[in-house]
Structures are given as structure tokens and as C-alpha cells.
Write a protein that binds this ligand. Structure first.
Ligand code: ARG
Length: 406
């Protein structure tokens, strides 16, 4: 009888390589390895594909989903100005749901009953994988070999050597790194001491501000309905815009984050991120919204943005609330069309100009010059009524013998 199948989210690293053998040995399953290309830097995915076959996967697939990733995931994060804890643009949190989607599709195609991932038991990613899989197909079984086997790194190296699985030969980076088009996350090693300044050599997308160019550089980003469509007047696809901005912003030393973050599983962790393009785009998008969104909508959206980021961080991309908030966010973007000018210089990114055909900024209302059309006299009545409840209350407080406290 044919063995049952498992589709494994494969990265080519030691853990998921050992997992191929482990799933065969311990669970007696045929392993289909699936590597998803979301724009990881410095990875030869053809080698990754062959490696899985060499270890004993019955099939090994590499799927390039970059276009889908920017169109359906990055674009939503940008329109939501999504920053978890007001800082982190969801790099890993954003890529997990698209990986999950392709794992589930592949499981269906293969008639597999299981999906496996290589996450440990301590992070957010295990939650994102498993809750995502539940949402898309609650009948699929999930296996988490790395969480289950409880081997230290040395033990898994030993396990790999005994079974002829290639182990990293060069002295491997002491960091745990995850990256995609939207940025790069770096953790572990010396970074686990929150007092230790990150060593310069962990960075690959961003230069140090002090060695960055001595000249500032301006970039104009054009948006249409909340999405960037051109850089410096040149029409481009979103993927090209993101990678282009990663280069420009990164070369000026912009886009590094060093933060303590609250993981869903309850612990705080020290995280370093390189997110030059993501942060520059979010800054620009916010600046355009400042002129295009009506006040109440803008203020309300700020709360929605925070909730959206939290849901996605917490593994609830595929959830009814997140989907409903998508609907809200999309409807806010109808008139977010126009241009934003950014200036990069030695680690900074500053918005220096914004314009839109739909701008709600009205010069004649805002100016202090002669062109002023704002009705100054109307402010008197406005303040009287706006302040009325406060005034009535102040009278009562005074009558009760309490003077205003300052
Ligand atoms: N702390 C970040 C998050 O939860 C980054 C996780 C990076 N993942 C990794 N396997 N290194 O989104």
C-alpha cells in the first residue's frame, strides 16, 4: 500500500533537512518538500530543491510566489500602514500566510493528509502556520518535527551526519534569519542581550549611516488608490518598486529597527529588522493619506491599522475580523492618489513634499496671507458651543466649593 503523504515547508536549512528524514523514519510518510520563493536574498532555490531530493523527499518543488506576495499581501500591509507595536512592519508575519496557502493547495493536489513545518515551540511562526492551516482546511493534520524532537543543534547535526544529510560546513551564522521582499529579521546569538549593540556584520540590506553617501537623494513615489505605481515618474510594478526602494533607502542607511517585541506566546524577545523599502513606503503612504483622508476617517483608520497589524502578527491573516478590516481599509483608499517626495540622508528618510488632485488641503483655508477665506468670526460661536459642556460643569464644580485644579 502506498504510504501517506506529508507536504513539508522546506527552506533548505539544517532543521527542515533533518525533518525530511525524521518524517520518513518516525512517521513513515512520503515527504513532498515545498520551498516558497518570497524574495529571500542569497538563496539558490534550485540547489534547495535538489537537496531535498538527495535527502529522500519523493518530490521537491520550488514555487516563485513573489508577484502574488506583493499583490495580495504586501499591498494590504502597506495600505494598512501595518506596524506591529508601532514599529515592526510584519516581515515574517506577512510571508507565513502565503506559504500556508501554497502548502494547503499542494496538500490537496497531492492528496496529502498532513502538512509539516520546521518551527520551534517558542516563536510566533508555529502559530501562524498552524492557525492558517486550520483556517484553510481544518481537516489537515499538522506535524511540527522540530518542536517535537527536542534535539539541540549539536544533536541534530549528529543526527544529520549519521544519515548522510549535508550539514553546514562553513562556521554557520549564529543568528536566526528570516527574510523576504518586505525585509529581513535577525535574532539570537549576541542579540539576545538587549544591552549589546548589534554588530555591524549582521546587516546586509542597509549600510551604516556614517558610511552612507554624503549627498542626500530625493525619490518621488506616485500612488494610485493607495498603491505605489511609479518611482521618479517611471511606471513600475509593485515588486520592482519595493526592491528599488530597498536599494535606495538601504544604501542611505535607512531602515534598521532594534526592538524588544512581545511575542504571542508570552515572552519578550530582542529583534533586529532591516526594512528600508517597507518603512519608506509606509512613511510615504501615510503622508499621502494625511492630505487625502478626511479627518474622522483618518483618525478611525489609525485604530484599525493597529488592530490589523496585531491580528496578522498573531497568525490571524485568514480570519473573519481581519477580512472585514480589509474591506474597511480598501474603501479608505479610493482617493489616495498622488505623489510623495522623500529625502534620504545618512540614516534618515524624510517626507519633504506631497501633492494630490484629491488633496483636502485647501490653501485658501490654511493660509495666513490675504488669500485667506477661513471665517475667523465663525470660530467665536463654534468655541462657545464646543466648550459649553465644559463650562456648565466648571460652574457646578465651583458652586460645590472646588476651584479648578491645575
Ligand atoms: N519576531 C518576528 C516575528 O515574529 C520575526 C520572526 C523571524 N522568524 C525566524 N524564524 N527567524 O514575526
Amino acid at each position: 500500500m502506498d504510504k501517506q503523504k506529508v507536504v513539508l515547508a522546506y527552506s533548505g536549512g539544517l532543521d527542515t533537512s533533518v525533518a525530511i528524514q525524521w518524517l520518513r523514519e518516525r512517521h513513515d510518510l512520503d515527504v513532498v518538500a515545498l520551498a516558497i520563493d518570497v524574495g529571500q536574498l542569497r538563496q539558490d532555490l534550485e540547489m534547495v530543491r535538489e537537496k531535498a531530493l538527495g535527502i529522500g523527499a519523493v518530490e521537491s518543488i520550488v514555487r516563485d510566489v513573489k508577484t502574488e506576495y506583493v499583490d495580495d499581501f504586501v499591498s494590504k500591509a502597506l495600505q494598512a500602514n501595518a506596524l506591529y507595536e508601532n514599529k515592526y512592519p510584519l516581515v515574517s508575519a506577512l510571508s507565513r500566510p502565503i506559504i500556508v496557502k501554497h502548502l494547503v493547495e499542494e496538500a490537496h493536489r497531492q492528496g496529502a493528509h498532513y502538512i509539516a513545518h520546521g518551527c520551534t515551540g517558542k516563536g510566533n511562526d508555529q502559530v501562524r502556520f498552524e492557525v492558517g492551516i486550520m483556517a484553510l482546511d481544518p481537516d489537515l493534520g499538522v506535524l511540527a518535527p522540530v518542536r517535537d524532537w527536542g534535539m539541540t543543534r549539536e544533536e541534530s547535526m549528529e543526527y544529520a551526519k549519521e544519515r548522510g544529510i549535508p550539514v553546514p560546513t562553513t562556521s554557520e551564522s549564529p543568528y536566526s534569519i528570516d527574510d523576504n521582499l518586505w525585509g529581513r529579521a535577525i535574532e539570537c546569538g549576541v542579540l539576545e542581550d538587549p544591552w549589546t549593540e548589534p554588530p555591524e556584520d549582521i546587516y546586509v540590506m542597509t549600510s551604516a549611516a556614517r558610511t552612507a553617501a554624503d549627498e542626500s537623494e530625493y525619490v518621488e513615489i506616485s500612488f494610485r488608490e493607495g498603491l505605489p505605481v511609479a518611482l521618479d515618474g517611471r511606471i513600475m510594478g509593485l515588486e520592482e518598486i519595493v526592491t528599488g526602494l530597498n536599494d535606495v533607502a538601504g544604501s542611505h542607511g535607512f531602515g534598521r529597527i532594534d526592538m524588544i517585541e512581545n511575542r504571542l506566546v508570552g515572552l519578550k524577545s530582542r529583534e533586529i529588522y532591516e526594512v528600508p523599502g517597507a518603512l519608506a513606503l509606509i512613511e510615504a503612504h501615510k503622508a499621502l493619506e494625511d492630505v487625502c483622508l478626511e479627518r474622522d476617517l483618518l483618525h478611525y483608520k489609525l485604530g484599525v491599522e493597529q488592530k490589523w497589524a496585531e491580528l496578522v502578527y498573531n497568525g490571524l491573516w485568514f480570519s473573519p475580523l481581519k477580512e472585514a478590516l480589509d474591506g474597511f481599509i480598501e474603501s479608505t483608499q479610493q482617493l489616495v492618489t498622488g505623489d510623495v517626495k522623500l529625502r534620504f540622508f545618512k540614516g534618515s528618510c524624510v517626507v519633504v513634499g506631497r501633492r494630490s488632485d484629491y488633496s483636502l488641503y485647501d490653501y485658501e483655508l490654511a493660509t495666513y496671507d490675504e488669500a485667506d477665506t477661513f471665517d475667523h468670526a465663525a470660530s467665536k460661536g463654534f468655541i462657545d458651543l464646543w466648550g459649553l459642556p465644559t463650562k456648565v460643569w466648571a460652574h457646578q464644580r465651583k458652586r460645590a466649593g472646588h476651584e479648578g485644579e491645575v
